[in-house]
Design a protein around this ligand. Sequence first.
Ligand code: A2P
Length: 272
Amino acid sequence: MSVNELNSIEPVAFPIPAGVHAETVTSVQHYTDRLFKFRTTRPGSFRFRSGEFVMIGLPNAEKPVFRAYSVASPSWDEELEFFSIKVPGGPLTEHLQKIQVGDTILMRKKPTGTLVNDALMPGKRLYMFSTGTGIAPFASLIRDPETYEKFEEVILTHTCREVAELKYGQDLVAEITADPLVGEFANGRLRHFASVTREPFENTGRITDLMKSGELFKKLGVPPISPDDDRGMICGSMDMLRDTKALLEGFGLVEGANNKPATFVVERAFVD
Ligand code: A2P
């Protein structure tokens, strides 16, 4: 039996478009009926900054559909990792959710994005606010020693509808803590605050509400956000970005960009 016959998606019937990398899937893990992670080989020439995104597609059409995906692995990793939602009837994710080890993924060559350390002024504490697959760019940044060179404390917040959707983040933080290299930087300085909104859990509620009520700061044992000490990165749905951004502005933080570093940055979790 050939490798292609073992695969779930159609064998490559279309030529690889010019200007894209064709990479091989090395692992796939499904978390829920809405979420999965996959890892691929990394082209030797592909360089990116932790927190950036790339355009991903499948070789299943003459003109493949590409969607933006944050690279969830850190820039030093020899493989690439992605964390994806499964959208019923979604032009890419409908097929992408069926990938198996050995399948081919297309990747455009140029990474980009604003959730990078360079877009923030130095500070004491970095908050990473995420909902759903919005945790992906932070999965990259919390495994990058540079993040800990720039900030004394890193607070990753992850809010999902259900407890099962938190597992990717929970496993990730546990792995980091146990990793001899990254653990050396992260232990005692990386804090993970997970909450859910649609079932009971130790923390419940939208991150915006938990900030408004002060419960987030109380539970973490830190003062409310201030522009002197705190920096923010936000990644989630359009509504979550809008509301979290307004709150950070209320605390006196100012939105920055690659060419104009300031005290917080924003990027939407793309596929929806
Ligand atoms: P909720 O269950 O109250 O809608 P989604 O999967 O729809 O992107 O949602 C992921 C998480 O983000 C859910 O816990 C959801 O809460 C929360 N969320 C949705 N909209 C907002 C918002 N405007 N501000 C903060 N959190 C939000």
